[in-house]
Write a new protein. Sequence first.
Length: 281
Amino acid sequence: MIQSFPCPKTHLWQSSLKLDRECQCRPGEVSFLSRHVSMGYSMLELTGVTKYFGGLGAIRHVSLTVREGEFTGLIGPNGSGKTTLFNIITGVLKPSSGRIKFMGKDITGFLPDRICHSGIGRTFQVPRPFRGLSVVENIKAGILFGKGAAPVNEDPHQEACAVMELVGLKVQETTTPNELNIIDLRRLELARALATRPKLLLLDEVMSGLTQAEIAEASRVLNRIRKKWGITIIWVEHIMGALMNLVERVVILQFGEVLAEGMPSEVSRDQRVIEAYLGKE
């Protein structure tokens, strides 16, 4: 796995140049590919979103806007509230206060199935496939369940195979999740989310546990998905070299609050962000 540690003397994350070479791109080239996807209206709007667990404020007054076609990175130290925020957006958790709008519609308090049918898909840090189903059956379940989000115009089996090809999952259709290694499990997790045909995709540490070569390949997969489908993405990741080369904007959470946001080149030199990761001298 790439060791990506902040360094205030150079860039905040030193692994980005090495990753660029692995992807056969010039430094910064990958991040500009996604700019060919036009930015549209405000797709997701969070206003004052707060979540308490007892007396603990896990998310506090988070306001955030993500525009159509945007690729946004969501980062922060462990325990800063990133996954909790994903759980609130997708209906796994209800906010204690605040509002969430998706494509102009208030979805605050919607259950996860209704949010999925509205067009929001997600992956999980730990892949959650149906262990008793084959790889293709797992993806077909997403296709059939996601009909509320987008009509299925093709045969579900053919569409499942097309999604497998898109994410680079090169295994036999009858293979079960128990037979997959870590990178293929993550490919399957991504394929299952894409199978619902989301308009907004939330990625939660899709590169965790991968080797450098696998991270480079996963980066190419994400670029293919954006170029082919034009999906809006919010991505939580600790592999900063990969994230900083792909996203257009970065939002940093600390103690459940938005600490900073901006272009990768800006936030990587923000003293507040450096201190959040390294501490003060």
